[in-house]
Design a protein around this ligand. Structure first.
Ligand code: MN
Length: 136
């Protein structure tokens, strides 16, 4: 666990996100807000990224994702487009088949609710080289 006050969220931090760690660079935390085994084919969870943490490029197949940023500051990028700085209160819609990644900024953590339908296809990581150019 962390004692970083920035990582406290409305819904709680949850546990270290070990289940998806291989698809992330850096430390993230995940709390499922709806039991994924409760016969509901839709994910509702809160994800907290420590500074510099981000997920790999990925695609939500046969579904979509809505991110509701509840705390901190981070990045969202779709393939072929400039990265977008995101912050508390932002809402991001990712449609079926769109390659993208999301994560914290270099100096701040970021927490978002993730409402997810379909299955994620995980792709290559966002390298330090690419990530380090974002703030420049
Ligand atoms: Mn996503």
């Amino acid at each position: 666990m962390t004692d970083n006050k920035d990582l406290q969220s409305l819904f709680g931090l949850g546990d270290k996100n070990d289940a998806f760690a291989k698809y992330f660079i850096g430390q993230s935390y995940l709390k499922h807000l709806v039991d994924p085994h409760d016969n509901i084919d839709f994910g509702v969870g809160v994800v907290t990224f420590e500074p510099r943490c981000r997920n790999n490029w990925h695609i939500h197949r046969e579904g979509y994702q809505i991110l509701l940023v509840t705390d901190g500051e981070g990045w969202y990028q779709e393939w072929g487009q400039a990265a977008r700085k995101i912050k508390k209160g932002d809402v991001i819609v990712t449609h079926d088949g769109i390659k993208h990644w999301h994560g914290a900024s270099s100096k701040h953590s970021m927490t978002h609710l993730a409402l997810t339908a379909g299955k994620a296809e995980w792709l290559e990581p966002v390298s330090d080289d690419t990530y380090d150019k974002l703030d420049k």
